[in-house]
Ligand binder design. Structure first.
Ligand code: ZN
Length: 287
């Protein structure tokens, strides 16, 4: 059996054929899906979906509470009003958790994203201001995870468009999180980041289907180096399809393809990779 440790099942693109998507996941031996929140409203919707009585037997769905770094500009504290907004939203995340602590298994996805899409940056803010807001939003969720004793699901992405060796974002993420525990989701660390994660943190490393992209040889090298007891698997559905379905909607069944590739890279079997990554995921989420 396999666990998709990071998916967004509430996304609009799953609305029309949700049951088929779930059935294909079951057919691919996925037994558990972690439905990941990206803001307050979607964290509530993700939790509501875990209680969907139409979910087939044999599939467990859990959820997370979190605010994605892309939301950071909303928390600009130029006005007092918006500074209170962050505090209010963190409280609301905690309220979502309190309504069903057995189903809400992590705080996230939260983190830092320094690959800025200018479309999402309000013209009134400089990039440094946005970075500072991301750090503030992330720290508030690290504090929440510590209070609730929950793992963190961390998003981290460097801008390597000018400098292929850029590790600014990953360095900051490791510095901010190393005294807690959780998952570095959709792993994109360069070799020195992998060394640092293994030496300085207890975090699990989660591989997504971008490990199948031809240009991402560095991820396949990372998967060879990282011990299997530190690896878990995810799809980030509906995003990040595998190379064989590039450009199409992704879905939880893809976890099997990622597991197969990791097995090949490590000279291990699909069965062994499934068993160990499932054990790792169950341990970190306490499920
Ligand atoms: Zn995600």
């Amino acid at each position: 059996m396999l666990i998709d440790t990071h998916a967004h099942l509430y996304w609009d693109s799953f609305k029309d054929d949700f049951n088929d998507v779930i059935q294909r996941a079951l057919d691919a031996d996925i037994t558990t899906i972690i439905n990941t929140g990206v803001d307050v409203e979607k964290s509530q919707i993700a939790l509501d979906q875990t209680n969907n009585t139409n979910l087939p037997e044999g599939l467990s769905v859990y959820s997370t509470i979190g605010i994605h770094p892309h939301e950071a500009p909303k928390y600009s504290d130029k006005e007092q009003e918006t500074s209170d907004k962050l505090e209010g939203d963190i409280k609301e995340l905690q309220t979502v958790y309190s309504t069903n602590p057995k189903k809400v298994v992590a705080v996230g996805e939260c983190g830092l994203d320094y690959l800025f899409n200018p479309e999402f940056i309000p013209s009134a803010l400089s990039l440094d201001q946005v970075k500072a807001l991301e750090v503030k939003l992330f720290q508030a969720q690290i504090d929440l995870a510590k209070r609730l004793k929950l793992p963190l699901v961390v998003h981290s992405r460097d801008d390597r468009s000018q400098n292929h060796e850029n590790t600014e974002c990953w360095d900051k993420v490791i510095e901010m999180t190393k005294d807690h525990f959780g998952i570095y989701h959709c792993y994109s660390g360069l070799p020195q980041t992998t060394d640092s994660v293994l030496q300085n943190t207890n975090f699990l490393i989660s591989f997504a289907a971008n490990i199948t992209y031809p240009k991402n040889e560095y991820l396949r090298k990372a998967a060879k180096i990282i011990p299997l007891d530190r690896i878990i698997l995810e799809t980030d559905s509906p995003f990040l399809s595998s190379q064989s379905r590039r450009g199409q909607r992704n879905e939880p069944a893809t976890v099997k393809e990622i597991a197969q590739l990791i097995a090949e890279l490590k000279g291990s079997s699909l069965k062994e990779v499934a068993k160990q990554t499932t054990t790792n995921a169950k341990r970190v989420f306490k499920i």
